[in-house]
Design a protein around this ligand. Structure first.
Ligand SMILES: C[S@@+](CC[C@H](N)C(=O)[O-])C[C@H]1O[C@@H](n2cnc3c(N)ncnc32)[C@H](O)[C@@H]1O
Ligand code: SF4
Length: 507
């Protein structure tokens, strides 16, 4: 359906399109009159003293006519730019209300698209709002449901408890190390995941580049004295390289990262059970790494086969027990809601099996159809549950977590996620992953090393966010890792300029 918008700025085309995309109406938003528009939405703005009031009408060619109004406090002293920002928020608010009415549905996240809900919660908290005021603001202005507003509060509070210095971490950094290899590619995945024995650039050349990056960044940390808070090995599957290669990599990390013994957390994703071996677990233990992920995704063999995981439920359990026996103290498990062919029955089974294993944390993803994934390209082959069932699975999972003492502690949303829902990380008391909180809340710079590693620059003074991405494929990485390292160091120098200048001043 083509919806023609009148009375909004051109810059609002994309946000309004993102809102329309949350509904099952296949909408195309346009700002220029098109003769084939099926509906016209008109915004009218008036100022009433200290308030701006907006009215939105939706008129469909079938004769339907809907109307909504909303006003927002806008002190007279506000700049033009700030008034426009407020009016834009109100237009998004009214658009959601109109589409809720038109489709007889309610969007649990209201107008929140392209923004991290927990980040918004923290920014309102730091603005000095009381908890009740934050909730009210989220529900009234952003149309977030009561349940989701409560979820944000419990996550925000937990993050503050787990990281008491959450709002002061910007003077340090965390390090992400991307290992882009996997035994096979899963049908839903678009992460850098190249066949470990494939022709996409040799593992050896990749590790040479990674060692080089680590040395250079280690030297920068040494020179500047910037402290490292957490280190995270992700991918891909970091345990798809050999035990000897893992050993050399961790040896290098201990050799070159200053203050490594004070780093608060080191995590290695061992996601695919089929990569875990006693030799690799020995290497992890040797380097005092006892936080890993072992990801079942599902506890149904048929599903695992359909999504191309090439490991069985039995292997997940066996490798989990082995990891426990060999000293892994903090094990996370990823589950995905809404995998093809799965409904509440399969979810119930996954939760029952999770209970038997008793991991320290569980990250519950909702399936997202990523544009470049095999699953999206061959969508007709992968039948997934309807929205109502997805919501039921999400609700039963949240209830299960609650009754089993797992607290939600981080949350993020993705595009094209089933039911327009979210991914939530749950954890037993005190077992949360600090890195997951740091990356989601963007509270400090993350230096990304290796393939597909995205560096995130958080300016310690302005808190402005910048990004830098290493290439996803090993061939490009292997050819140009030196250049990428130089660029990162130049950005880091710029970012921590004050810190470095300060350090240079003699006592
Ligand atoms: C970067 S992946 C790596 C994990 C590890 N290689 C594995 O497969 O177990 C992290 C997690 O994201 C989730 N994930 C990846 N693609 C997804 C998708 N399209 N929809 C929902 N969750 C997804 C999976 O649960 C996966 O464990
Ligand atoms: S989900 Fe994990 S194992 Fe599967 S392809 Fe992606 S990164 Fe590799």
């Amino acid at each position: 359906m083509i919806i023609h918008i009148k009375g909004a700025g051109d810059k609002e085309l994309r946000p309004l399109q993102h809102i329309a995309d949350m509904y099952d109406i296949d909408a195309e938003i346009n700002m220029a009159t098109k003769t084939n528009s099926e509906a016209v939405v008109t915004f009218e703005e008036t100022r009433k003293g200290e308030y701006i009031a907006l009215t939105a009408t939706f008129i469909h060619t079938n004769g339907a006519c809907l109307k909504e109004t909303f006003q927002k406090h806008a002190p007279l002293l506000l700049s033009e730019k700030d008034i426009y920002k407020k009016a834009k928020q109100v237009r998004a608010h009214l658009f959601v209300k109109l589409l809720n009415k038109w489709t007889s549905t309610i969007q649990p996240w209201g107008t929140l698209t392209g923004i991290r809900p927990t980040k918004l919660w923290h920014s309102l908290y730091q603005d000095g709002l009381e908890l009740a005021e934050i909730k009210e603001h989220l529900q009234n202005d952003y149309l977030v449901s009561e349940n989701k507003a409560a979820l944000l509060e419990s996550i925000g509070r937990r993050q503050q408890k787990v990281l008491p210095d959450l709002y002061e971490l910007h003077n340090g950094v965390s390090i992400y190390i991307g290992i882009p290899f996997c035994p096979t590619k899963c049908a839903y995945c678009t992460f850098p995941a190249y066949a470990i024995n494939g022709k996409n650039g040799s593992v050896e050349a990749f590790l040479t580049g990674l060692h080089f990056e680590m040395e250079q960044i280690g030297a920068w940390l040494e020179r500047t004295g910037v402290p490292v808070t957490t280190i995270y090995f992700g991918g891909g599957t970091p345990t798809s390289i050999s035990a000897a290669e893992m050993d050399e990599l961790y040896a290098k990390m201990y050799e070159v990262i200053p203050g490594i013994h004070d780093v608060r957390e080191i995590t290695v994703e061992a996601g695919r059970p089929d990569t875990i071996t006693p030799a690799k677990l020995n290497v992890l233990s040797k380097w005092n790494i006892d936080r890993i992920s072992i990801n079942p995704q599902s506890f149904d063999n048929q599903t695992l086969k359909a999504i191309g995981r090439h490991h069985s439920v039995e292997e997940t359990k066996e490798k989990y027990e082995l990891s426990r026996k060999m000293g892994m103290k903090n094990i996370n498990m990823d589950l995905i809601i809404g995998l093809p062919g799965e409904g509440t029955k399969e979810m119930e089974k996954s939760l029952e099996e999770t209970e038997k294993l008793s991991p320290e944390s569980v990250t519950v993803h909702t399936l997202s159809f990523k544009r470049a994934s095999t699953m999206t390209k061959q969508k007709e082959k992968y039948k997934v549950a309807e929205k109502d069932e997805i919501e039921k699975m999400m609700e039963m999972t949240a209830a299960w977590m609650n009754s089993h003492h797992y607290h939600p502690y981080y949350l993020y949303r993705q595009k094209n996620i089933l039911g327009n829902l979210e991914n939530v990380g749950y954890s037993l008391e005190g077992q949360e992953s600090l890195y997951n909180i740091i990356i989601m809340e963007e509270v400090q710079t993350i230096i990304g090393l290796g393939c597909g590693a995205a560096s995130k620059w958080v300016d310690p003074v302005t808190k402005k966010i910048g990004r830098f991405a290493n290439p996803k494929d090993p061939v490009s990485y292997n050819n140009r890792f030196e250049e990428y390292t130089d660029k990162k160091i130049a950005s880091l120098d710029q970012l921590f300029k004050n810190h470095i200048d300060h350090k240079a001043v003699p006592e």
